[in-house]
Design a protein around this ligand. Sequence first.
Ligand code: IPM
Ligand code: MG
Length: 351
Amino acid sequence: MKIAVLPGDGIGPEVTREALRVLDALDLPIERAEALVGGAAYHVTGHPLPPETLAIAESSDGILFGAVGDPTCDALERHLRPEQAILGLRKALTLFANLRPAKVFAGLESHSALRPEVASAINLLIVRELNGDVYFGEKGFRTTPSGEREGYDIMSYSESEVRRIAQIAFRAAQGRSGRLCSVDKANVLETSQLWRDVVIEVSAEYPDVTLEHMYVDNAAMQLVKSPGQFDVIVTGNLFGDILSDQASMCVGSIGLLASASLGARQTEYGTFGLYEPIHGSAPDIAGKGLANPIATILSLAMLLRHSLSLVAAAERIEAAVARSLADGVLGRDLGGNAGTTEIGDAVLARL
Ligand code: IPM
Ligand code: MG
């Protein structure tokens, strides 16, 4: 088995290092190939996603990804910015289904931005579409007839794009509580009307799943009002980006949320995918040993489960993380004072 490791920028390398220590401790027959990505790749090669990085990613069974984003690159043309590396990988490898689980860990109820009794009910999965929407439509700058500068980004979804993500979400709901909430803005957007129509069509294939629709503004409100009502949420790229950051604070910290980006490709060992914490590169704390590596360690667990079918190893990691959090080993993001390596040490000790 072979994984690609792309640590990236900012806190990416620090948090990835802790995940790799956990992987080492499991002593599994997994080869690793590391490559540059994001601003780190741009500074060396002139491109955030160099061909050799894409080749290493493509020839692996799964990708462990840290984070991209580098303020020194903010003035570059958009296609050279670090963020284009993750968007490029998702698109080039057709990783269209982003799974973002959010659940409150035992002992952390009082660390949520919500009241503990509201937070303790959170156990949901956001299924975010990752290859379409306003992220990948035509975009640009133009001048209006009256001479004003104008920016534009086209939002669109095709039927097949909606159908394939809906199928993933319905199947995920079958494996959980059998409830699916599709989030859109069909009262205003044609893209969302098509989304809703296709999700309803697909629902005919899953009579055992109860489908509900919610407008995104209401969903954002319900997510803080009574998050326990949600099980699986399926939504487009932009709404999923926003709602998943919101869900992370309902759980307690963005440093806890892992994600899997999957496509249709099966390898010898499982479903090919890319695994990353949902947080970014956090340049303000990079290199200080303060970042919480839990989201990346949990992303490694998702890689082992989905791409390598090493379910027992994934469960061991998740149990060690839950234990470490329950024992009160918390980073600054959760009001504690454990550093990146200490949190890694605590997880390793419980493994
Ligand atoms: C995420 C991130 C990315 C996104 C950025 C870094 C391009 O916010 O994975 O949620 O918007 O998808
Ligand atoms: Mg985001």
